[in-house]
Design a protein around this ligand. Structure first.
Ligand code: ADE
Length: 351
């Protein structure tokens, strides 16, 4: 079994793409491996590269990340989406400082207990940074191994995943856990593609059941995903007399830890929540913005308005609300969804 594993590890060493998290020193630094694997979970390699470089330049080690203001961490994550990854990464760094003296633990269970670290990430960090063979099964690996071994169970089922995970453990060649682990990911990303895999370039071509039986198009077997749940919403862009924008901090939920525009509601309710009375009489529609999250699809009616009492009869923004200038808005951690809202308002008002 490990002959095939060795062939893959050798192929990886000879053919892998040059990526910042693959520099020798980075690969030996469990913290950097953790950062890269969390970024790569839901982000494409090309997108992640500049974010990774900036992130580790600003937070070069566990302690610097643990001690940073959360807003700085989120601001560096801005544009990558799935901000819970960034919040968890910082919480993980804090737990590593508190419980492990600032060094990531090697033990699987200890890694797995860190916030945001699931089976995949724990396996990747152990294999890549510590050289300890541990399955790290993501979508690419499910595809590669189900084709390699002709596994035709639904890859969404735990039993199929377990079989693939066991196969990965059995294939990992002694002393080459890191190259094997990243080799599986690399093969999935560059050769064993979902459509039109490039089997002629594959080190596993002769051993691959899907290739030899002409079944690459049938594997992996996946049941269709349910469509994202639709949610109809509103977003109110309130500007004051100086052109500043009113933003609200979300403490929890899908966009917890981020700033955004509030929902439109009655003037009284809005004022009670924010301390600012919007001029809804004068509100104008700036159109509709759509944004798709993993399981949800938001459709937001964007309205733009001023304040009802520019002289400031209302109390002014309450805590967790702020008036921000354009430059301040740019620097805040704001989700893509609300960046789109800002853009719609800008196009509509010309400012
Ligand atoms: N996707 C997940 N982990 C990766 C890695 N280390 N290199 C490239 N793509 C990946």
């Amino acid at each position: 079994m490990t002959d095939a594993g060795l062939a893959l590890a050798d192929w990886f060493t000879a053919h892998c793409r040059d990526l910042p998290w693959r520099e020798a020193a980075t690969r030996l630094d469990p913290y950097r491996v953790l950062v890269s694997e969390l970024m790569l979970q839901q982000t494409r390699v090309a997108t992640a590269i500049p974010y990774f470089v900036r992130f580790v330049a600003r937070f070069p080690d566990v302690r610097s990340l643990a001690e940073a203001p959360e807003g700085d961490v989120l601001a560096l994550w801005k544009g990558l989406g799935y901000y819970s990854r960034a919040r968890n990464l910082q919480k993980a760094a804090q737990a590593v400082v508190r419980e492990h003296g600032g060094r990531l633990p090697e033990a699987y269970d200890a890694l797995r207990r860190l916030p945001g670290v699931g089976d995949y990430t724990a396996g990747a960090v152990r294999s890549i940074a510590f050289g300890l063979a541990t399955p790290a099964v993501d979508g690419n690996v499910l595809r590669v191994l189900s084709r390699f071994d002709g596994i035709d169970g639904d890859v969404a089922l735990p039993a199929t995943r377990r079989r693939i995970s066991d196969l990965s453990a059995a294939l990992s060649p002694p002393g080459r856990a890191a190259d094997f682990c990243e080799g599986l990911m690399e093969l999935g990303a560059t050769v064993c593609l979902p459509k039109s895999p490039e089997c002629t370039a594959c080190p596993w071509r002769d051993a691959c059941i899907a290739f030899t039986e002409g079944r690459t198009a049938e594997l992996p077997v996946k049941r269709p995903k349910p469509p994202p749940e639709r949610s109809e919403r509103t977003a109110l862009v309130v500007r004051d007399g100086e052109g500043r924008l009113l933003v609200e901090y979300r403490e929890s939920g899908l966009l917890g830890g981020l700033w955004g525009f509030p929902e439109r509601e009655s003037e009284d309710a809005f004022e009670a929540r924010s301390g600012v009375r919007p001029d809804l009489e004068g509100a104008r529609s700036a159109g509709v913005v759509a944004h798709v999250f993993t399981h949800r699809r938001w459709r937001m009616e964007v309205s733009v308005c001023g304040v009802a009492d520019a002289a400031g009869a209302a109390d002014g923004p309450k805590p967790k609300w702020r008036w921000v200038t354009e430059a301040e808005f740019e620097a805040l951690p704001v989700s893509k969804a609300f960046q789109k809202v800002r853009e719609a308002a800008r196009v509509f008002t010309g400012t």
